[in-house]
Design a protein around this ligand. Structure first.
Ligand SMILES: *Cc1c(COP(=O)(O)O)cnc(C)c1O
Length: 365
């Protein structure tokens, strides 16, 4: 079976974790700092602040933006549920703007319709590793007191007009096991703003600047040196990982072009894609439906995933939720019915890619 994702841990990860274990310094310490310096280069920001996971990076970024009860935060309905859970956690109301069907990210054209006085932040999600249209989003928000918080959980190293994601506002990254950079669990907040970074460090560590001097009511959002060590080794391999993801994607797109009812991912002008997922659409014209294709691919030894089978708020627990403002989002609903992700991870070899292409042709051609 070719898995949809695979954690790639090498000898350097093993060596450096052992180094931390033997040092006796396991909690947040010098290795977290070293990881943060490395990560700030990926996001092209002055600061990177490591936290315990990507969801907390979002919660903390929202707190840094002053988001609380009574505020509204705008995001996309086509995302992992953590995006909305983080907003709810802050006590703010979630408002949704539909996606652009071509790139699966929030549609900047529709932003105006929801920008009330209560909107404090907009959270674009760089889905599957493709940045949202940040230039258009920034232009729509120009002159308003609204913070951009990027959910870059899936997009380490992706760029818009040469500028890395995570540098357009407050950036939030995940280091979960299957993400493009992993520490098992972990997250990062990125910013160019010295005071935002300083407050992030305070909130992360119980509001404490110096030992037992508390400046704000904070939290424990810390990452451990053990986790950060894995991250340091992973960062050293990120350029290689991303190159592999891109060449794997190019192989699939070449091999699968022209299959009826099968739409390969696009990369809009000016943006770069880091292919956290290689996600296609299976449309009405295809020989079999999406779920049937997934089942048949599985029989042929090709793992797939549906990210995501429903729009994020379309679950019983959000139905009458006081902080969820449901919206008509036809494009997100259509995407939820049509998307299918194929393996694209760096561990794939050419023979795996050839098997994936062959299997899809066998079922759809
Ligand atoms: C993974 C992910 C998160 C949450 O990250 P965790 O580290 O799992 O908490 C948030 N948003 C998106 C889009 C994600 O893919």
């Amino acid at each position: 079976m070719i898995p949809i994702s695979r954690v790639d841990i090498g000898p350097e990860e093993e060596r450096i974790v052992l180094e931390v274990l033997r040092s006796g310094h396991l909690a947040q310490g010098p290795m977290v700092e070293r990881f943060e310096h490395g990560f700030a280069r990926v996001s092209g920001t002055r600061h990177a602040v490591a936290v315990a996971n990507g969801t907390l990076a979002l919660v903390c970024a929202l707190e840094l933006a002053g988001v609380g009860a009574g505020d509204e935060v705008v995001t996309t309905p086509f995302t992992f549920v953590a995006t909305l859970n983080a907003i709810i956690e802050r006590g703010a109301t979630v408002r949704f703007v539909d996606i652009d069907p071509l790139d699966f990210t929030i549609d900047p054209e529709q932003l105006q319709d929801v920008l009330s006085e209560r909107v404090r932040a907009v959270v674009p999600v760089h889905l599957y590793g493709l940045p949202a249209d940040m230039m258009a989003i920034a232009a729509r928000l120009h002159g308003r007191d609204i913070t951009i918080i990027e959910d870059a959980a899936q997009a380490h190293g992706a760029t818009v007009r040469g500028q890395p994601v995570g540098s357009f506002g407050i950036g939030c990254f995940s280091l979960y096991a299957t993400k493009n950079v992993t520490t098992g669990e972990g997250g990062v907040i990125t910013t160019d703003d010295d005071s935002v970074a300083q407050r992030a460090r305070l909130l992360r560590n119980q509001g404490m600047r110096r030992r037992y001097e508390y400046e704000v009511a904070g939290h424990n959002y810390r990452l451990t040196d053990l986790h950060a060590a894995v991250g340091v080794a992973q960062l050293g391999r990120l350029a290689h990982f991303t190159e592999r993801r891109r060449s794997n994607a190019a192989y699939l797109t070449t091999g699968l072009a022209g299959v009826r009812g099968f739409v390969c991912p696009i990369v809009p002008e000016g943006r770069t894609h880091v292919f956290h997922q290689y996600t296609v659409r299976i449309t009405d014209g295809a020989a079999v439906e999406r779920d049937e294709l997934a089942a048949r691919l599985s029989e042929l030894g090709v793992g797939t995933g549906v990210y995501y089978p429903r729009v994020a708020f379309d679950y019983e627990c959000y139905r009458d939720h006081p902080l969820i403002e449901p919206a008509a989002v036809p494009e997100a609903r259509r995407a939820a019915n049509e998307v299918l992700s194929l393996p694209v991870h760096p561990s794939l070899e050419e023979r795996h890619l050839a098997r994936i292409v062959e299997a899809v042709h066998k079922i759809l051609s």
